[in-house]
Design a protein around this ligand. Structure first.
Ligand SMILES: CC(C)(COP(=O)(O)OP(=O)(O)OC[C@H]1O[C@@H](n2cnc3c(N)ncnc32)[C@H](O)[C@@H]1OP(=O)(O)O)[C@@H](O)C(=O)NCCC(=O)NCCS
Length: 121
């Protein structure tokens, strides 16, 4: 696992699983979006929204009860946009084994109180 502070940590519940008992990809994607948003909001010191998901890959499944840790870091800052690299790791509840489960590149835009884009200082 990366030697950085995680953006978020969370545990998937049975309600996050599909009929096979594995966690929905959409659940993990939304957790990655939250994690990226935490780092983007910190960078732009205020509100921001997701404008694009440039890349996303699922490497391994996530299971109910795993401890999911998500790291996010700013890779590029534009005029109003921030590109964030995001990696998620799952610590298996039964064995403690840690595996990388996804990685992705999300783009956020800094917005003002009216929802209009603003410059990232
Ligand atoms: C975010 C929003 C206000 C931006 O509006 P805008 O300023 O007219 O958008 P622009 O097309 O000028 O793009 C703004 C920035 O995003 C970047 N961008 C736009 N589309 C992009 C894409 N598909 N991929 C990567 N970056 C993109 C632009 O390059 C620009 O970056 P820069 O200012 O750093 O050069 C508007 O698109 C919006 O409200 N979108 C909905 C966001 C949302 O609700 N997200 C959650 C969905 S549930």
């Amino acid at each position: 696992m990366k030697d950085l502070s995680p953006a978020i940590r969370t545990v998937p519940m049975p309600s996050d699983a599909n009929a096979n008992g594995d966690i929905f990809g959409g659940w993990l994607l939304s957790q990655m979006d939250i994690a990226g948003g935490v780092i983007a909001a910190k960078r732009c010191k205020g509100r921001c929204v997701t404008i694009a998901i440039e890349a996303m890959k699922f490497y391994k499944p996530v299971y109910i009860g795993d401890l999911v840790t998500i790291f996010a870091s700013v890779s590029k800052v534009g005029k109003t946009s921030m590109t964030i690299n995001i990696d998620a790791f799952s610590s298996r509840q039964t064995t403690g084994e840690e595996v990388r489960v996804t990685s992705g590149t999300f783009v956020y835009v800094a917005i003002d109180n009216l929802g209009k884009s603003r410059n990232v200082d």
